[in-house]
Ligand binder design. Structure first.
Ligand code: DAH
Length: 330
């Protein structure tokens, strides 16, 4: 009996204990063998023998259960220890993404005009001749069409060469007054340091009653806009030509790289051209059926703004998808 007890207590893990359980309590175990002796025991001793054997069994069982509990507790503790997680340890920082510099610049420009109550309009990338040229006072065979290096589809349609057709779409769809911008992608057959076949523009258009919207309004809003974007720069309106505006002006800012002294970026002129603008040509209003109205319009290249504000020397690098360039804009 004592031998069996110490056998149980000497087990150091549950697997060992299970072997001992079979050895003592199993069908062919020590106890079964003892009980088997019952049949050979004289009748009058049978009762005492059976009782003492049962007591023995109960006692052994108690020892067994006690030791089993102990080993189970040890096993559980070992498991908890091995699976422990230190929640106070530092983790890995997730990689942060960022907006593409062109998208970011587009958002910044949109925010400026939305704050001034301009609506944001859009149009399709594939345009028809009327919206992209004709209604913008660029009749067929007009030499200014050549300036646009258009991708034609051969069925009269084309990839839009500017966002100006959204002016036409908006005027055809609604009545004056209008106060809109149209951001989006445009396409031209051009590829060098400062040109890519796809780039982005924002078009602006304000239309009111005749005499209500003037060149002075255009000048005021664009001057404020350029100060908002570029800070303390000089702004200059230079007479120019666009078929859809008369008079027309290109807008320059003083070069922020050389402070107007002249450098490579501004081709030693001290000025950077950043916008096209003008008073809407009466022929444009005629094309959309507007009468007794006045308005101004402007257009700008978003990549040009991004290049100047971030000091990007090669426009093409913005579209190479090189992660090393993009990471600099986080
Ligand atoms: N559509 C012109 C371009 O792509 C930009 C532009 C110039 C738009 C003058 C205008 C404007 O609305 O008035 O070069």
């Amino acid at each position: 009996m004592e031998e069996l007890e110490s056998k149980i207590n000497s087990c150091t893990n549950l697997d060992e204990l299970e072997l001992i359980r079979v050895e003592i309590f199993g069908k062919k175990g020590v106890l079964s063998k003892e009980f088997a002796k019952l049949k050979d025991i004289p009748a009058k001793e049978k009762k005492d023998f059976a009782k003492s054997l049962n007591d023995k069994k109960v006692a052994l069982n108690e020892v067994f259960e006690k030791h089993k509990n102990k080993l189970e507790k040890i096993a559980l503790e070992a498991k908890l220890e091995s699976e422990k997680i230190d929640v106070s340890l530092y983790g890995y920082e997730a990689n942060k993404g960022a907006l593409h510099p062109v998208k970011d610049m587009m958002d910044r420009i949109i925010d400026y005009f939305v704050a001034l109550n301009f609506s944001v309009e859009s149009g399709p990338l594939v345009e028809n001749d009327f919206n992209n040229f004709e209604a913008l006072n660029l009749p067929k065979n007009h030499p200014a069409r050549e300036m646009q290096d258009t991708f034609f589809f051969g069925d009269g349609r084309m990839l839009r060469t500017h966002t100006s057709p959204v002016q036409i779409r908006t005027m055809l769809d609604s009545k004056p007054p209008i106060r809109m911008i149209a951001p989006g992608a445009v396409f031209r057959r051009d590829y060098d340091l400062t040109h890519t076949p796809m780039f982005h523009q924002i078009e602006g258009l304000v239309v009111g009653e005749k005499g209500e919207v003037s060149f002075a309004n255009l000048k005021a809003i664009l001057t404020d806009f350029l100060h908002h974007m570029f800070g303390d720069v000089d702004v200059r309106f230079r007479p120019s030509f666009f078929p859809f505006t008369e008079p027309s002006a290109e807008v320059d800012i003083s070069c922020m790289f050389c402070k107007g002294k002249g450098c490579k970026v501004c081709s030693h002129t001290g000025w950077l051209e950043v916008l096209g603008s003008g008073v809407v040509d009466p022929n444009v209003f005629k094309a959309v059926g507007y009468e007794d109205v006045s308005g101004y319009a402007f257009g700008l290249g978003i990549e040009r703004f991004a290049m100047l504000l971030h000091g990007v020397p090669d426009l093409r690098s913005l579209f190479d998808g090189d992660i090393r360039l993009l990471e600099q804009f986080r």
